[in-house]
Ligand binder design. Structure first.
Ligand code: FES
Length: 110
C-alpha cells in the first residue's frame, strides 16, 4: 500500500525532447491517456485503449513487474506492424503503477 502512495516518476521522450513526468498510482486509466493529456497528443489513442488501432505506440526502457508483460490484444496488434521486440509497446496496455517508476518512454512517430 505504501508503495502505491509514492510518486511515480518517469521520463518521456517526444521529438528528441526529454519530459519528466511525476504522477500517482491510477491517476489515469492507462499510460495512453496520461500521455495524450499531458503532452496534448491529438491523434494519439484513437481506439480509446482497446489495443487495436496502434496509434499509441511507444518504446520503453526500465519497465518492471506487470507493466513489462504484453497481454490481451497487444502482441497481435504490434506484430501486424512488424514490432515483435520487447521494448515496443501499446501505451494503452500499461497501467499507471509503481512498475513505471524510473522508466524511459519514447513516443514513436507513426
Ligand atoms: S489506443 Fe488504440 S491501440 Fe492503444
Amino acid at each position: 500500500m505504501e508503495k502505491e502512495l509514492k510518486n511515480i516518476t518517469f521520463t518521456v521522450i517526444e521529438n528528441g525532447t526529454q519530459i519528466p513526468i511525476s504522477t500517482r498510482h491510477g491517476s489515469y486509466p492507462n499510460l495512453m491517456y496520461l500521455l495524450k493529456e499531458e503532452l496534448q497528443l491529438e491523434s494519439f489513442g484513437e481506439c480509446g485503449g482497446v489495443g487495436r488501432c496502434a496509434t499509441c505506440v511507444i518504446t520503453t526502457k526500465g519497465l518492471t513487474g506487470a507493466a513489462a508483460i504484453k497481454e490481451r490484444n497487444e502482441p497481435t496488434t504490434l506484430e501486424k506492424l512488424g514490432h515483435s521486440d520487447e521494448a515496443t509497446r501499446l501505451s494503452c496496455q500499461i497501467y499507471i503503477t509503481p512498475d513505471l517508476d524510473g522508466a524511459e518512454i519514447t513516443i514513436l512517430e507513426i
